[in-house]
Design a binder for this molecule. Structure first.
Ligand SMILES: [Zn+2]
Length: 227
């Protein structure tokens, strides 16, 4: 059975009415007290991307109507896409960085240690490969990053917050080999994710957007900026 529900497309963010195909699975013989899941799948009419939702609930007695059973909904979650459009990273960020960043978010609540480990690895990768900061120790490298004159002030602030959370570099988390971690501090992964996002912006997105703007100025107004 198809039903149209108003919603915001998790891919493109547009308000849509979508014709979902419904698939109900009841755990039992369709009796009062049985749990059920309802899978809704369809495509966004604008961006054409697939959307899958899952509703879950319980069958309860229906006193208002003559049908004896009705659905009692517990909740609904988006199965696909995993990330909402507002969380999507810029297309200017290389795919391997995007994938690893999303992996950190996926495993964040399931395995915080592995997530923190991957986060530190990503931080070092971008420091070593993109910014050529190599000090053999993440703490020293982040200090070096902070001392670069042209880094945005928000990034600088986040680096200071990370230092406070991880206890002024005495913290074993930021020592030598990034994956030799014992524990993660509350909020540490979120702060590192924010730092990563700002680094992506600083290293990949801003320079590309500036390049694009320069091309446009040249095409539209004949203004040429070298360097
Ligand atoms: Zn869409």
């Amino acid at each position: 059975m198809a039903k149209k529900d108003p919603m915001e497309c998790p891919h493109c963010g547009k308000g849509i009415y979508i014709e979902f195909t419904e698939n109900k699975i009841v755990n039992g013989n369709n009796e009062v007290g049985d749990n059920y899941i309802l899978l809704l799948s369809g495509f966004c009419p604008f961006c054409k991307n697939p959307i899958v939702l899952m509703k879950k609930g319980e069958l309860i007695e229906n006193y208002q109507l003559d049908t004896s059973i009705k659905d009692y909904l517990w909740g609904q979650e988006t199965i696909y896409p995993k990330f909402l459009s507002k969380d999507k990273l810029s297309e200017y960020i290389p795919n391997d960085y995007q994938k690893e960043y999303n992996d950190v978010k996926i495993i964040k609540d399931i395995n915080p240690k592995a997530s923190a480990c991957l986060c530190r690895y990503l931080l070092q990768k971008i420091l070593h490969e993109e910014l050529k900061i190599n000090k053999g120790n993440l703490h020293k490298e982040l200090e070096e990053l902070e001392s670069i004159q042209k880094i945005p002030s928000e990034l600088c602030e986040m680096l200071q917050i990370l230092r406070k959370v991880t206890n002024s570099g005495a913290h074993p988390n930021l020592d030598k080999k990034t994956c030799e971690i014992i524990e993660t501090e509350p909020g540490e992964i979120e702060i590192m994710l924010e730092i990563l996002k700002q680094l992506f912006d600083f290293v990949f997105v801003k320079p590309k957007m500036y390049e694009k703007a320069k091309l446009e100025w040249n095409e539209k107004y004949g203004i040429k900026i070298d360097k």
